[in-house]
Ligand binder design. Structure first.
Ligand SMILES: *Cc1c(COP(=O)(O)O)cnc(C)c1O
Length: 354
């Protein structure tokens, strides 16, 4: 640390992203990326923007907002596109949290939430998940602050129903409820339709998982017009051109191929269900995932040891050192071929042969 580092931030513990090794001999199942690349026919649209790179991108993201609004059945003024959904989440912490409105989220959830709270100097309170890692909706009634729920949750892979989320919204008339739907396309119910009914609901979405665009950095928020206005006040105070031209073009083009997205999602779900069956046979335990990852452990294998053995065998998975989940690893669903290699190793590990 230099002697110039502001005391506001010098004790920050930053978010630690999953390893991104350049060594391509690894099977990468550690950051919940989509194993299927985006369809090739978006490249003309993206390349056309390169000729316009000398011009700023559209700060209002009109074309992108229009496409998102059409796809998700909302109005353009109910959408705000951002640089990944991490940016809309950060905007939400900035816009809707303060000393009187602390952030409230599960003790086991997306590791970025406490980081966003700390970097924005807002207090937060965590709510324990239950013994099966599930979220009890009633624990968030009258939360006394801004609620953040990843639905489905990460890394636990479990989801609440739309009715359960609606219960949380109804029982927080004085609080904002933020639902992070990064994984919702893999089998859970989206709460997007509820933004028409409630003025205290913000949904955050990403192109990184189900739409295969993690490297482009594109996310968005959906909420009633007045919340989007508040978020825009913060956006225009930080980075008006937050979505670059190529990414906006890629996003619009990808939303023009929802059929392909749907097929990829179906494929990932089918691979996930096959992987679950096989892992169960070898004695692995996991919550019943509605995401593109499995949060798994084996009663006879140390969690970190499992991670280490997989890495030794060129398979990268995610281990969290947090005590409550140290026995577990989060394993992204890859292609059938990748999962075949992973389950073969998992079988060997369970039989003590690895
Ligand atoms: C991956 C993820 C995000 C954000 O991803 P971006 O790439 O920034 O859009 C948000 N929330 C959860 C729970 C995630 O797992």
């Amino acid at each position: 640390m230099s002697r110039f580092f502001s005391s506001k931030y010098s004790s920050l513990e930053p978010y630690v992203p999953g390893e991104q090794l350049s060594d391509s001999e690894y099977i990468k199942l550690n950051t919940n990326e989509n194993p299927y690349p985006v369809t090739a026919d978006i490249s003309d649209d993206v390349l056309a923007e390169i000729e316009r790179l000398h011009l700023y991108s559209d700060p209002e993201n009109k074309a992108l907002h229009k496409k998102i609004a059409g796809t998700f059945g909302v109005n353009e003024n109910e959408v705000l596109a951002t640089n990944g959904s991490d940016e809309i989440l950060n905007f939400a912490f900035m816009t809707f949290c303060d000393a009187g409105h602390p952030a409230v989220f599960a003790d086991i959830t997306y590791g970025f939430y406490p980081v966003f709270a700390r970097v924005n100097l807002v207090p937060f309170r965590t709510v324990p998940v239950n013994t099966g890692f599930g979220i009890n909706p009633e624990d968030y009634y009258n939360a006394g602050g801004t609620v953040f729920i990843a639905n489905p949750n990460a890394p636990t892979s479990l989801a609440l129903t739309r009715d359960e989320i609606e219960g949380i919204i109804i029982n927080n008339p004085g609080n904002i409820v933020v639902i992070d739907e990064a994984y919702v396309d893999f089998g859970a119910q989206s709460c997007v339709p509820l933004i028409k009914k409630y003025d205290n609901l913000l949904i955050t979405r990403t192109f990184s998982k189900s739409r295969s665009m993690a490297g482009a950095r594109l996310g968005f928020g959906i909420a009633c017009e007045s919340l989007i206005k508040d978020l825009n006040t913060v956006k225009y105070s930080l980075n008006p051109y937050n979505v670059n031209r190529m990414t906006a073009a890629a996003g619009i083009a990808v939303l023009g191929h929802e059929d392909i997205t749907k097929k990829n999602i179906e494929k990932i779900i089918s691979t996930r269900e096959n992987t679950k069956k096989e892992l169960k046979q070898y004695g692995y335990e996991f919550p019943d995932s509605l995401t593109n990852f499995i949060f798994m452990k084996h009663p006879g294998i140390d969690g970190f040891e499992f991670y280490r053995k997989m890495k030794e065998n060129k398979v990268l998975i995610r281990h969290f050192s947090v005590p409550a989940i140290k026995d577990y690893n989060r394993v992204t669903i890859g292609t059938d071929e990748q999962m075949k290699q992973f389950t073969a190793l998992a079988r060997a590990a369970a039989e003590g042969k690895l």
